[in-house]
Design a protein around this ligand. Sequence first.
Ligand SMILES: CC(C)(COP(=O)(O)OP(=O)(O)OC[C@H]1O[C@@H](n2cnc3c(N)ncnc32)[C@H](O)[C@@H]1OP(=O)(O)O)[C@@H](O)C(=O)NCCC(=O)NCCS
Length: 163
Amino acid sequence: MSTTAAARVQGRPGCARWWQAPPVDYSVSDRLEGINWVAVRQDLAEDDFDNGRTPDALRRSFQASAHVAVARAGERVIGLARLLSDGVCNAYLVDVWTASSHRRQGVARVMVGDLARRVPGQHIGLQVDSEEGRRLYHSLGFRPQPEFMSVVVGAWLDNDANR
Ligand SMILES: CC(C)(COP(=O)(O)OP(=O)(O)OC[C@H]1O[C@@H](n2cnc3c(N)ncnc32)[C@H](O)[C@@H]1OP(=O)(O)O)[C@@H](O)C(=O)NCCC(=O)NCCS
């Protein structure tokens, strides 16, 4: 896979939040190669965003997705997002996460924007269960849709991918 997007954010005087956070320099791409999924899972757990997948199951989730966005600061993965899509009309956004050390620096905005650009003309759905997620998606133009319904088939993660 080739790199599809790059972002550079530098703290600088005159920028409203330059004094609140250290300058960050990160890149966003669709490159899954070289990811240490054990470290990613640990970072997700430390941010209380681990939903029970093993490192290998996490890798499989991303590899099987239509589109992925990976934010890196050096070698460290500091953000992830992925999109399921039929390539025609419907897409579903999942696993959007920015490491707590790098939040409010535009990482998720760049990742979600990068994914959205890859599915022009498609309807993107998602489920949100955090206030910061709600604010993020609202800022990007997502609006609530009534009567979203879901079901887990059997027991959560009880399948071959997780054994
Ligand atoms: C939600 C999350 C992905 C946002 O990541 P992020 O990289 O910090 O978001 P960004 O810096 O790109 O924010 C873009 C915009 O979203 C809104 N936003 C994001 N986090 C916000 C917060 N905590 N409070 C208020 N607004 C917020 C703002 O409008 C922000 O723009 P601004 O900083 O110029 O005001 C991150 O907080 C996270 O990983 N949370 C835990 C996992 C999660 O809830 N994921 C969502 C899936 S349901």
